[in-house]
Every structure is written in structure tokens, then in C-alpha cells.
Design a protein around this ligand. Structure first.
Ligand code: APR
Length: 175
């Protein structure tokens, strides 16, 4: 699909409309990509997040991006992977669906023909979601719900994720 891009690097450097943060339910920051986003966006981000009263797993909330090059941040809370018997798949799907829902609202409010949104590999770090399964869920969910007016960038920070996404999105095997 022409409007799905696989990119290897740091999501905080992307000059897209929206970047997605893999947050936790407090929305008060943490490690991983959450830590980098908060550190680079500046303390105003935390001040705005404090007013949001957290976010349930599978849901998403939007804030400004402050010192980051993107315009907005959508914070979503992925599931902590246990053994696949605790609705993890549906909750991860829900993260992608709710982020796209907010992106479409943003697109309408700002009268944009095209909205560009970048996702990290949600739940695949601290939350221990198996990377291959998470990649399959992410790509299949996005393919089902986006139209031609949305460009999705899957940002892979680790080589393993990049290889998984290149295979899943473009059917390209990297040795
Ligand atoms: N840009 C893009 N992706 C990144 C970056 C970055 N700068 N830094 C890390 N990542 C990738 C990781 O390599 C991983 O593939 O983000 C993916 C998600 O990993 P985590 O950030 O650990 O997020 P997650 O597994 O969803 O766990 C969320 O971790 O950081 C805390 O506060 C966060 O409690 C929450 C939990």
C-alpha cells in the first residue's frame, strides 16, 4: 500500500502531523519511547498530560507537541503482554483504531487533504508483546481502517522491528 511507510529511526525527529506515544495509564511519562518524547518535547508536555487524568489501556488522547517537530502527539496505552489470554490482541488493535480515529478528527478540524501519522511499535518493549505478532496486528489493523487520505509511518527503532515491518508491509526479506 502506497500510504504505509516503514521507517527506521527515532520517532521524535519526524516532521509529520502526529506522532504516537506508547504511554502508560498515568500519562505521566516513563522509559522507552515515552521517555524520549517527554524529554524532547519539554516539561510543558507533562503539564498538559497531568490535566488528562490518565488513559485506559487501548484508548488514546491527544496533546500538543511543544518542542518536537510534529504538530500533535497522540498518547495511547498498549496492553502489557501476559500470555495472549488476556485480550491483548484486541487491546492492541484498539490502540491503532483509536489513534486513527483521533487523527481523522484532527484532519477534519484542520481541513487537511492528507494527514501523516507515525506509530512506534506499541507494547513491544517494556510491555513485552511478541514483536512479530504485534507487527502483524498493527499492519492488518491499519490496512483495514485507513483511507487514501492518511499516510501511516511505522517507525522501527530496532533492526528486528524494521525487518518484521518490511516483510509484513512490503513483503521484502532483509538478510
Ligand atoms: N523512536 C521510536 N521508537 C522507539 C524509540 C524512539 N525514540 N525508543 C524506543 N522505541 C521503541 C522500542 O524499541 C519498542 O520497539 O518503541 C517500542 C515500544 O517500546 P516501549 O517504549 O518500551 O513501550 P511499550 O512496550 O509500549 O511499554 C510502555 O514503557 O516507557 C514505558 O511509560 C512507558 O510504561 C510505559 C511502557
Amino acid at each position: 500500500m502506497k500510504n504505509i511507510i516503514v521507517f527506521k529511526g527515532d520517532i521524535t525527529n519526524l516532521n509529520v502531523d502526529i506522532i504516537v506515544n506508547a504511554a502508560n495509564e498515568t500519562l505521566l511519562g516513563g522509559g522507552g519511547v515515552d521517555g524520549v518524547i517527554h524529554r524532547k518535547a519539554g516539561k510543558e508536555l507533562l503539564e498538559e498530560c497531568k490535566k488528562l487524568n490518565g488513559c485506559n489501556t487501548g484508548e488514546a488522547k491527544m496533546t500538543n507537541a511543544y518542542r518536537l517537530p510534529c504538530d500533535k502527539i497522540i498518547h495511547t496505552v498498549g496492553p502489557i503482554y501476559r500470555d495472549g489470554q488476556y485480550n491483548e490482541k484486541q487491546l492492541l488493535e484498539s490502540c491503532y483504531k483509536n489513534c486513527i480515529k483521533l487523527a481523522k478528527e484532527y484532519q477534519k478540524e484542520n481541513k487537511l487533504n492528507i494527514v501523516k501519522i507515525a506509530f512506534p511499535c506499541i507494547s513491544t518493549g517494556v510491555y513485552r508483546f511478541p514483536k512479530d505478532l504485534a507487527c502483524e496486528i498493527a499492519v492488518n489493523t491499519i490496512k483495514k481502517i485507513i483511507d487514501d487520505n492518511i499516510v501511516v509511518v511505522f517507525v522501527c527503532y530496532e533492526e528486528i522491528d524494521y525487518q518484521l515491518y518490511m516483510k509484513e508491509v512490503h513483503n521484502i526479506e532483509i538478510d
